[in-house]
Design a protein around this ligand. Structure first.
Ligand SMILES: Cc1cc2nc3c(=O)[nH]c(=O)nc-3n(C[C@H](O)[C@H](O)[C@H](O)COP(=O)(O)OP(=O)(O)OC[C@H]3O[C@@H](n4cnc5c(N)ncnc54)[C@H](O)[C@@H]3O)c2cc1C
Length: 326
């Protein structure tokens, strides 16, 4: 497909960027690994493409005086995967970054783009006027739905594509958004939108708004965290199922837990059912089995993706058991 013409601007300041984003049908260009495919395939169009590559303030990882860290929206996925402080303090995020796509895509793709990328449903990406594009029908619901969601679907059954987002939810990170009215922090979990809230959007970003950074609070002493992903192929692929865990222990029992699933729902899916099943308990076999079952209790599989229920139960049980032994 021929991409319809658009203007291309490379502003030098955040204020100028926000001004550009506030007019016309403007799209942000970070690494371009998702944007260019979307424009080429007609997933959406743009009258103006706004490159943010000159915004030096969106680069790098910085430590704040209170021990929290900010990751600039232009930090590459490889930067996140290799940063020494992130490796020391946020292993789940680093593991997730290492699971993203291929080395080339990790070098080119940014964390901001990873969080704002479009879903991978083949109907949405293909030539189908589906509900997410403003149409009246979800073609996956009665179609080829083996990779679609089992939780949180309603009129649209995409899965959220980012591996890093579930890890960020587990760490209770915040996303910093800049717009014409200034900047605001938003908990990562509240950044993403379920189909039942608005079927045509994936994030709360309004026209004229941009993600400038991710803010990671200092993890509590002794926090154990991890991200594990299962995919259909050994080489690069999106998550069939994934789980981010952030667990705090006291006297051998779980004192606080965050259990976040990827590949399960249209947003990174926090399983409060699994969290409740393990909090205040030792991670013994019975507790783990109960948590795995609880995480899938509300699952509503489609015709071809019931296998995901057992996959998630097994994955979660294995990951919890691994933390029980450390
Ligand atoms: C073949 C392939 C395999 C992949 N596999 C995985 C995978 O396994 N796991 C995974 O997590 N990801 C995967 N991805 C997605 C990849 O990680 C993203 O394409 C990449 O991180 C996007 O970053 P970018 O900088 O290139 O974004 P761009 O392509 O520049 O932008 C992506 C989208 O985000 C918007 N955007 C970009 N930056 C900002 C910002 N700062 N604020 C607001 N909006 C913004 C753009 O307008 C655009 O809509 C894969 C991608 C490809 C092409």
């Amino acid at each position: 497909m021929t991409v319809p013409p658009f203007t291309y601007v490379r502003p030098k300041s955040l204020a100028e960027t926000v001004r550009h984003l506030s007019t016309g049908n403007a799209r942000i260009h970070a690494g371009g690994t998702d944007l260019l495919g979307c424009l080429h395939d007609g997933v959406f169009s743009a009258e103006k493409v706004v490159s943010i590559s000159r915004l030096d303030e969106l680069q790098g990882v910085k430590q704040m005086s209170n021990g929290s860290l900010t990751i600039g929206a232009l930090a590459s996925v490889s930067d996140v995967a290799n940063h020494p402080l992130l490796r020391e303090r946020y292993p789940a995020l680093v593991q997730a970054a290492r699971e993203v796509a291929s080395p080339q895509l990790r070098n080119q793709g940014t964390i901001g783009g990873n969080l704002c990328q479009k879903p991978r449903c083949w109907y949405y990406r293909g030539d189908f006027h589906c509900t997410r594009k403003g149409g009246s029908r979800c073609f996956a619901e009665a179609g080829e739905n083996q990779y679609h969601c089992i939780l949180g679907g309603a009129g649209c059954f995409i899965v959220h594509p980012s591996d890093m987002a579930p890890a960020l939810v587990a760490y209770e990170a915040q996303i910093i958004i800049a717009g014409a009215k200034g900047t605001k922090p938003v908990p990562v979990q509240k950044f993403f939108v379920l189909p039942e809230q608005d079927i045509t959007r994936e994030t709360i970003l309004e026209p004229g708004e941009i993600v400038t950074a991710v803010l990671l609070p200092r993890p509590p002493q002794g926090l154990r965290s991890s991200y594990r992903k299962v995919r259909a192929r050994g080489s690069w692929d999106f998550a069939l199922a994934g789980v981010a865990l952030a667990l705090r222990f006291s006297e051998g029992k779980v004192a606080g837990a965050r259990v976040v699933l990827s590949g399960a729902a249209p947003v990174p899916w926090r399983s409060t059912e699994a969290e409740d099943a393990i909090t205040g308990r030792q991670l013994d076999e019975e507790t783990i089995a109960r948590a795995a079952a609880a995480a899938m209790k509300a699952a509503l599989p489609l015709e071809h993706n019931e296998y995901k229920i057992d996959l998630f139960k097994g994955l979660l049980a294995e990951e919890l058991a691994a933390h029980a032994q450390t």
